[in-house]
Write a protein that binds this ligand. Structure first.
Ligand code: NAD
Ligand code: 89Y
Length: 338
């Protein structure tokens, strides 16, 4: 049995707790939030002990890992604290506010000889996973072009009010996932250029971003994100895909419809299951939470690095940082060595 503890009992952490409840051989024995009401509510809901101080919780509990579900500013101190206590770590995205913080966290957990996984869950959504498996399995030959797109007018600010007030919005919050999917499909990135703008006058950061990526294998992709797109049907929170290969094309269309065209056309329904605790339209994301957490447990058991490890996530985070720099300077940025 693995003993874990959750740090941060806010909006998204509830999904993580449900996810853990669905995984065998893991118990979340304790939860912690600086806000005692949130800690108590989550502890009561899921049957754990409540704390308001992460250091006190780590000292008092016998833990194998911590699952950090706080917003980005607290990630580095919490990851370093957990590493210092010799624990395995999962940390929510965005992993860090700077590349220096991200590298420091990877080094701290490495020095402790423990596993560090970033909760970069979009590439683990079952529909996206089906597309990744097909592309990696050679279903359309060698890919030379990709479009990875997320356009929505869904009110994300209601559940996550900080998204309306933070200086950075869509690239750091959502684009990070979509860039990560582009990497998962087409490989690591050499250069990126981006434009970004704010359409909704009521928020502080950018809510539209369009990014052009050159991948190591020679493919080009367009990664485009918007929370200012009003359309019917509303596709939140689906990521749509179009990948051209030298043998054929693959699309992940709205409604979780996977289309592979070679001589003929194969259409598969890859809609995610509605888990007992999940709610539409979030069920797609909620299922991926359980899948990525199961992946972490499998990696711990088998002694291997998670696909979405801290080290791997440095490459996704570099794209986020470079996208902001490119949009600001109107430049094209080589991210190798970031
Ligand atoms: P939230 O503000 O609702 O919850 C964060 C909680 O952490 C708060 O209750 C806060 O009191 C607590 N906290 C902060 N610092 C702490 C500390 N040092 N010790 C103890 N508690 C602390 O935020 P949220 O919307 O749940 O988002 C949390 C993270 O999850 C963000 O980084 C966000 O980007 C991410 N998120 C990920 C997904 C996904 O699909 N992967 C979806 C939504 C949000
Ligand atoms: O915070 C974001 C995430 O990670 O997935 C969707 C989201 O909740 C809003 O953009």
């Amino acid at each position: 049995m693995l003993n874990g503890a959750l740090i941060g009992c806010g909006f998204f952490a509830q999904n993580q707790m449900h996810g853990w409840a669905g995984i065998d051989d893991v118990t979340i024995t304790a939860v912690c939030d600086r806000d005692s009401a949130k800690a108590e509510a989550t502890a009561t809901r899921f049957g754990a002990r409540a704390y308001t101080d992460a250091a006190a919780m780590i000292a008092a509990e016998r833990l194998d890992f911590v699952d950090i579900a706080t917003t980005v500013a607290s990630h580095r101190p919490l990851v370093e604290m957990a590493a210092g206590a010799g624990l395995h770590v999962i940390c929510q995205k965005p992993f860090a506010e700077t590349m220096a913080d991200a590298h420091a966290m990877v080094a701290a957990v490495d020095e402790a000889g423990k596993l560090l996984m970033v909760h970069e869950n979009f590439r683990w959504q079952s529909a996206v996973r089906a597309a990744i498996a097909a592309v990696r399995g050679g279903a359309i030959g060698t890919p030379f072009f990709g479009r990875v797109t997320f356009r929505s007018g869904y009110d994300v600010y209601a559940g996550q009010p900080y998204l309306a007030t933070d200086e950075r919005f869509i690239i750091q919050d959502l684009g990070i996932h979509i860039l990560d999917i582009a990497r998962a499909l087409l490989g690591d990135v050499v250069t990126i250029s981006a434009t970004a703008r704010r359409v909704n006058p009521k928020i502080r950061g950018e809510d539209v971003a369009t990014m052009l990526l050159e991948h190591e294998g020679g493919a080009t992709s367009v990664v485009d994100c918007s929370y200012a797109t009003r359309r019917t049907p509303e596709t939140f929170p689906e990521t749509l895909l179009e990948i051209d290969g030298d043998l054929g094309t693959l699309r992940l269309d709205a409604g979780y419809r996977l289309v592979i065209q070679l001589e003929g056309e194969v259409i598969r329904d890859v809609a995610p299951p509605l888990l007992a605790w999940a709610e539409r339209p979030w069920h797609n994301i909620q299922e991926s939470v359980q899948i990525i957490q199961q992946h972490f447990v499998d990696c711990l058991r088998e002694g291997r690095e998670p696909e979405t490890s801290g080290r791997d996530n440095l490459k996704t985070l570099a794209l986020v940082e470079a996208a902001y720099a490119s949009a600001r300077d109107r430049s094209r940025i080589d991210v190798r060595g970031w």
